[in-house]
Design a protein around this ligand. Structure first.
Ligand code: SAM
Length: 261
């Protein structure tokens, strides 16, 4: 039987199979400074085993490879698994492996990793607490988790408006969480926040639409919604017009968490 969760995974697979190259072309996805930043805040050690959850094209996993013993990337979209494997081979990275799997039920034993990382994927999960719990399970006591994702406004109406825009662009978007919800989830899993940082990433609307490639009716609705947010902030995205084009900024949060013994 088709459950809501299985149909959501179908949407994820359809969207990222169709848009794999477009996603890889978004500058922040491959930005070496951002990838190095994630590695640097993680405190990764040369003997560590690292897990990249929802690894997509694998750039995060590959950024960790020179700094640790072994990296495993897990993702639901087979097209990305194939592309990540091919790229790791092209880069001659012998300590990276990619495998198919769901973040909500990681096919991995308890405590097998020193570090679990997840970038730009929590907003795709229908059950983010279940994913966090799985990340915690597969990390050893004293190990770390790194979570990097866009966050929504703390104002529920603005967060809902923002999430509607995201879903119009990419139907596999589930929900961007406000930072306070991330932090409540971490506390519920007894994960101590050892590092927290927020950054703003600016996008031109045309450039941003390319990653989702929505059909014309949904594109028109996105324009309408963002234009309506120019005078009065409706979505917490700092919407503005620059040189005649709509621009906005995502707020991204990076967390390092410690699993206590
Ligand atoms: C926006 S991409 C992020 C990819 C990568 N982490 C990065 O930073 O470039 C989101 C990824 O999450 C994966 N994904 C979404 N839901 C998933 C789930 N429940 N289990 C495993 N992978 C999932 C998608 O297949 C996609 O590769």
């Amino acid at each position: 039987m088709d459950t809501p969760a299985t149909s959501h995974i179908d949407k994820i697979r359809q969207q990222f199979t169709r848009q794999a190259e477009a996603y890889e072309a978004v500058p922040i996805v491959t930005d070496p400074a951002f990838l190095n930043y994630i590695v640097s805040i993680s405190g990764v050690g040369t003997n560590d085993r690292v897990l990249d959850v929802a690894s997509g094209p694998g750039f995060v996993a590959m950024a960790f490879a020179p700094h640790c013993r072994e990296v495993v990337g897990i993702d639901a979209t087979d097209r990305f698994i194939e592309r990540a494997r091919a790229e790791a081979e092209r880069r001659k990275l012998a300590n990276v492996a990619f495998q198919s799997g769901l973040a909500e039920s990681l096919p991995l034993p308890d405590g097998a990793f020193d570090l679990a990382v997840c970038r730009f994927a929590f907003h795709h999960f229908l059950n983010p607490s279940a994913v966090l719990s799985e990340m915690r399970r597969v990390v050893r006591s004293g190990g770390r988790l790194v979570v990097v994702d866009m966050v929504a406004s703390e104002d529920p109406a603005k967060a809902a408006y923002h999430n509607e825009i995201e879903r119009l662009c990419d139907p596999s978007h589930a929900r961007a969480l406000p930072a306070s919800e991330f932090e409540r989830m971490f506390a519920a899993e007894r994960l101590e926040i050892t590092y927290r940082q927020t950054v703003h990433s600016a996008y031109g609307l045309k450039e941003w639409l390319a990653h989702g490639a929505p059909p014309p009716d949904r594109t028109a609705r996105i324009y309408e919604m963002l234009e309506a947010s120019l005078l009065e902030d409706k979505c917490g995205l700092s919407v503005r017009r620059e040189n005649g084009e709509i621009h906005f900024s995502h707020v991204g949060a990076s967390y390092v968490l410690r699993k206590s013994a």
